[in-house]
Design a protein around this ligand. Structure first.
Ligand code: ZN
Ligand code: ZN
Length: 356
């Protein structure tokens, strides 16, 4: 059957990753092997990308590699001297301290063949004085490769008020609702100019929060964070624990660079079986890919369970349907992405398919 042939799993291998994790090499609360063990126990996570602040110690000291069925890669989260412009950089060997400007590290990571994503781009929280917001300011650069469209810790902290904090502490996963609308809008606008990949990050620290009197409470243990925002890649090659870990990491980075990825909130169910394709007489294209436009271009969507899919064309919602196997007609040249909700809760965000 044609629709079945179009599934991502027929051409690509889908792997689930957790991106943006802090270990004891910066302000996280567990060492990398323990973090990897936690992911291993979950059983449905294939890779972790560690990003400690301004250091690559995890990589330099040999902590990259396979831990059971989980692949661990080490990048870094760089910031400038004002602690702004947090940048997740992967596939580099150079460490950047806060003496570098955002423009310098964005350009250098790109020049070195690295991969860089803007972290929590529109952060604006104000409730807890000791955790100020760290928004991005260098928007005129065209040398970053992507942005974190959904950051679990950032959203959780941002929504915190005096009145809801107890509920949010008791229900950390239910408190995670959606990316910020202004970030999604910005992401679409950027993609009208050039490909800017969207990823999801957890920003896991396993932090202790001292919010209730003198009690310290670990709101997002690593295990809890790892069951929220996930980034799934479509890999050209099969990646197994038999694969050389450096080759495996290059596959992960290649998929992320290409935008062959989508984001899900695992609290609402497994998204692994999601696919989104465009097809016409020229062929087919999936996430991050481009297809020449012609009038009869059709999108095929497969959802892992019955849910509502919204087609976003050049930043505007133009169509919606409920089901598991859905088709939409393309309306013209431009960029198309998909948002999927379950019971009105955002569940899946795809990267863009381009029709040119
Ligand atoms: Zn940060
Ligand atoms: Zn972080």
């Amino acid at each position: 059957m044609k629709s079945d042939k179009a599934r991502a799993s027929d051409k690509y291998h889908v792997y689930t990753g957790i991106i943006h994790i802090h270990s004891t090499f910066s302000d996280g609360t567990r060492p990398i092997p323990e973090i990897a063990q936690i992911a291993n126990e979950l059983g449905d996570v294939h890779f972790l990308l560690i990003t400690d602040h301004n250091t690559l110690r995890g990589k330099k000291e040999g902590f990259e590699g396979w831990y059971g069925k989980v692949l661990v890669g080490v990048g870094t989260e760089i910031n400038d001297k004002d602690d702004r412009n947090h940048y997740l950089a992967f596939n580099i060997d150079k460490e950047f301290g806060p003496e570098y400007s955002a423009e310098e590290y964005v350009n250098q990571v790109d020049a070195m063949g690295g991969l860089g994503f803007i972290a929590h781009p529109d952060e604006s929280r104000s409730y807890i004085r000791q955790y100020p917001p760290y928004p991005w300011t260098l928007w005129n650069s065209d040398r970053f490769h992507g942005i974190e469209i959904w950051n679990q810790m950032s959203e959780w902290m941002e929504g915190l008020t005096h009145f809801n904090k107890f509920w949010r502490i008791l229900h950390p996963r239910r408190s995670i609702i959606s990316p910020k609308p202004q970030t999604l809008e910005r992401w679409d606008q950027l993609n009208l100019q050039r490909k800017v990949v969207g990823i999801g990050g957890v920003d896991a620290h396993g932090f202790l929060h001292r919010l209730i009197g003198g009690f310290a409470i670990r709101v997002f243990r690593y295990k809890v964070s790892f069951r929220t925002i996930r980034t799934h890649i479509l890999s050209e090659a099969a990646i197994t624990p038999d694969t050389d870990y450096q080759e495996a990491l290059q596959e992960v980075y290649a998929a992320l660079r290409a935008g062959r990825c989508f984001i899900s909130h695992a609290y609402l169910g497994s998204a692994v079986d999601f696919s989104f394709w465009a097809q016409n007489q020229h062929g087919s294209a999936t996430l991050g890919e481009t297809l020449p436009f012609e009038q009869n271009t059709e999108f095929s969507i497969h959802l892992p369970k019955k849910a509502k899919a919204f087609l976003i064309y050049n930043g505007r919602k133009i169509d919606e349907q409920i089901g598991t196997d859905i088709r939409f007609a393309a309306q013209g040249k431009g960029i198309y992405r998909l948002e999927v909700t379950v019971d009105d809760r955002p569940w899946i965000y795809s990267n863009h398919i381009r029709l040119q």
